[in-house]
Design a protein around this ligand. Structure first.
Ligand code: FES
Length: 103
């Protein structure tokens, strides 16, 4: 499935949470747009509310860090990566193709 938002809603230096079956966080880092699962893999925190530095987001709750490009967990206490999702931008619209897995 796809989630969309206007590119203008996520200007450089900002992040936006997109609600869907899986909440997704969209980040604009100096014009490059990334999408990852919004929920931290440690506990229930929204990574869209975190702090971004050098393509890494720091969770607002306990400061785990994740690489926005790969989803890799780069700082504890979280151990598991977050998923990344492909982003396309056309006509001022950001489209995130989210893989929804069913249990
Ligand atoms: S909830 Fe993200 S580090 Fe604990």
């Amino acid at each position: 499935m796809s989630l969309t938002c206007p590119l203008a809603a996520v200007p450089p230096g900002s992040a936006l949470r997109l609600d869907g079956p899986v909440p997704v966080a969209v980040f604009n880092v100096a014009g490059a747009v990334y999408a990852i699962d919004d929920t931290c893999t440690h506990q229930d925190a929204s990574l869209a509310d975190g702090w971004v530095e050098d393509c890494h987001v720091e969770c607002p709750l306990h400061a785990s860090t994740f690489d926005l490009r790969t989803g890799e967990c780069t700082g504890p206490p979280a151990k598991r990566p977050v998923r990344t999702h492909p982003v396309t931008i056309a006509a001022g619209i950001v489209r995130v193709d989210v893989v929804v897995t069913t249990p």
